[in-house]
Design a protein around this ligand. Structure first.
Ligand code: GTP
Ligand code: SPV
Ligand code: MN
Length: 593
């Protein structure tokens, strides 16, 4: 059995790797240093064993297609566990397992699971180099696909080992794809041990353990203890023609528009005048209050170093900056392969190709009666590929956040945009966020569920206490960000979206900036402040004043029902629901009366 080469100066790391190797019994152990040469050699290995299908060097330079096991194409929330000593610590919204029981059960899966395989040791840094925000993880994985994705998604190798030094403060991430059998699959988090064990899946959120498992579930747990926050948010900067730049973040559930907001290309009318959005991150934010010297503001970094973004619906029209991001040096997962060696997915072009191989490699034509790409097909690309990347994404201190946007996917009821009255009511808006489920997780699509702060699947502890932590953080900020709520997906009587979305969303982000500046008009509704049509520049949007009014309308009858649903949802948390949120609920009822 292979043994890890001793790591100079870090006995804790060597010992842990040896323990895991003894359990999993790999044939080989390969340390990853994160270099370009190593990445190319891993790609060559992946080509040879069929993990990676090379795409046309002309159409997609240095890019590859990966086809997942057909039963392993999305996060599996039913196999995801928070393993705290008591069930109460995990709370009512997480699957829970007692830690010793979880370790024992998983040990049986991991025992000998890497026989005949290579164990990749992947050190990675989450967060900018030299930042107080940043944390080290080490992933041990038998998946080459995971190793190459981690190279694009994280700061891998040297920066991580340098940050760690001789310390033992790293997240211990053990991963094996096992047999890709959904019945023998478990993604277990041990926040108290700073440990993650994931078995039986090679899919992004289940297997790239730096992402959802460490940077959200474990980090949210640590953040509560240490006074910061880990959130399912994009981080962007908005710049106006007069040169004002504001940082903002947005929490939308999986596949509800974060990547698109992060990389937004403003509608022509705005772009030509100098409106600009720059990306810091598209999925995860780590947020800390600055001290008084920093103005008592909330600062954000993106802990990731790349994108793992949704492809269906992504086109030159909807998200040209994403199209440019994955024009080269990218990995495509579960898309269709074209005869010319390029890739395709639903929505990439208006006209589908005449023929292709679908995401499972089967011949496909538009008459096949099935989708060519998997609805949760994704691209992986480095941050640096993004043409509108903010240079401040490497800033050790992060950027100050002027406003936070919550958003869900609701075909009805939820207005296009509103602003909260204050931080506490903003937290209420986030706590009651609801959205129709998407293909990012297994299970039925289009089912309405409450997804507080878009963190329902990602909160590493009791969500009632998580909401209390949000309220607490607001009190520590001299200048808390303003809070808005959006719904790009409200439909009219014709069943069509009332709002065109994508680059047109700049019209509403502009209003949000102007609200922060005290410049824009708003009218009071029971839910919050809403822009009157004259406060939004609608010219060229194709949206009439009447249609806009429909998009922001508050239907009191529907909202009385909605408020009742909020109440029922809150009862799930028992006495953990903060009293301030119950008071907000009472206030909402009074405003609706
Ligand atoms: P995760 O990576 O799963 O966390 O998702 P995300 O929140 O980054 O979602 P993303 O931006 O990738 O968008 C998901 C889907 O919603 C894609 O099919 C988009 O084309 C679509 N979408 C994004 N923004 C808009 C919008 O403003 N309007 C409409 N109608 N669709 C949108
Ligand atoms: C999501 O599901 O929210 C994602 C994709 O961003 S995954 O990394 O798989 O979680
Ligand atoms: Mn996500």
């Amino acid at each position: 059995m292979a043994k890890s080469p001793a790591l100079p100066g870090n006995p804790a790391l060597s010992q842990w790797i040896n323990e895991c190797a003894e359990l999993c019994k790999p044939d080989k152990i390969r340390w990853c240093n994160g270099s370009d040469a190593e990445y190319q050699s891993l790609l060559t290995l992946g080509k040879a064993d069929g993990t990676l299908i090379p795409l046309s060097p002309k159409l997609r330079p240095n890019s590859y297609l990966h086809r997942s096991h057909p039963d392993d194409t999305a996060r599996t929330e039913e196999c995801t566990f928070v393993c705290t000593p008591t069930k109460d610590e995990a709370g009512p919204t997480n699957n829970w397992m007692e830690p010793q029981e979880a370790y024992a059960g998983l040990r049986k899966y991991f025992e000998g699971s890497m026989r005949g395989r290579t164990l990749y040791v992947v050190p990675f840094l989450m967060g900018p180099v030299g930042s107080a925000f940043s944390r080290v993880g080490i992933e041990l994985t038998d998946s080459l696909y995971v190793a190459v994705n981690m190279r694009l998604m994280t700061r891998m190798g040297e920066p991580a080992l340098r940050h760690l030094g001789q310390g033992a403060d790293f997240t211990r991430c053990l991963h094996s794809t096992g047999e890709f059998d959904p019945k023998r699959r478990a993604i277990c988090h041990f926040p108290q041990d700073n440990t993650i064990w994931s078995y039986g899946s090679g899919y992004g959120g289940n297997a790239l353990l730096g992402k959802k498992c460490m940077a959200l579930r474990v980090a949210s747990y640590l953040g509560r203890q240490e006074g910061w926050m880990a959130e399912h948010m994009f981080v962007s900067e908005l710049t106006s023609p007069d040169g004002v730049t504001m940082g903002f973040t947005g929490a939308f559930p999986s596949a509800c528009g974060k990547t698109n907001s992060a990389m937004l290309r403003p509608a022509e009318r705005f772009r030509s005048r100098g409106w600009k959005v720059s990306t810091l991150g598209d999925d995860i934010a780590w947020l800390r209050p600055s001290d008084a010297a920093g103005g008592g503001q909330l600062y954000a970094v993106n802990p990731e170093n790349g994108f793992f973004g949704v492809l269906p619906g992504t086109s030159e029209r909807t998200n040209p900056h994403a199209m440019q991001t994955f024009s080269r040096d990218s990995i495509f997962t579960n898309v269709a392969l074209l005869p010319d060696g390029d890739v395709w997915w639903e929505g990439k072009t208006e006209q589908p190709p005449n023929q292709a191989f679908d995401w499972q490699g089967k011949p496909w034509t538009p008459d096949s009666g099935r989708k060519a790409a998997h609805p949760n097909s994704r691209f992986t690309a480095a941050l640096a590929n993004n043409p509108v990347l903010s240079p401040r994404c490497e800033d050790a201190s992060g950027i100050p956040i002027s406003f936070i946007v919550f958003g869900g996917r609701r075909s009805d009821t939820q207005p296009l945009v509103l602003e909260s009255f204050d931080w506490t009511q903003g937290v209420y808006l986030g706590a009651t966020l609801s959205s129709e489920t998407t293909a990012a997780a297994t299970g039925k699509v289009g089912v309405l569920r409450r997804d507080p702060m878009a963190m329902l699947p990602f909160c590493g502890y009791n969500m009632g206490q998580y909401l209390a932590h949000w309220l607490e953080m607001g009190k520590r900020l001299a200048k808390p960000p303003r809070i808005f709520h959006v719904n790009w997906f409200r439909a009219g009587a014709d069943g069509k979206f009332l709002w065109p979305g994508y680059g047109e969303n700049i019209r509403l982000y502009k209003w949000m900036m102007e609200r922060c500046q005290g410049k824009a008009k708003a009218v009071e509704t029971p839910l919050g402040w809403v822009p009157p049509a004259e406060a939004i520049d609608l010219e060229g949007s194709g949206v009439s004043v009447e249609r806009f009014a429909q998009a922001v309308a508050v239907d009191k009858k529907a909202w009385l029902k909605e408020a009742e649903d909020h109440r029922v949802f809150f009862t799930r948390f028992g006495s953990d629901i903060p009293a301030e949120l119950l008071e907000e609920h009472a206030k909402l009822l009074r405003r609706l009366a």
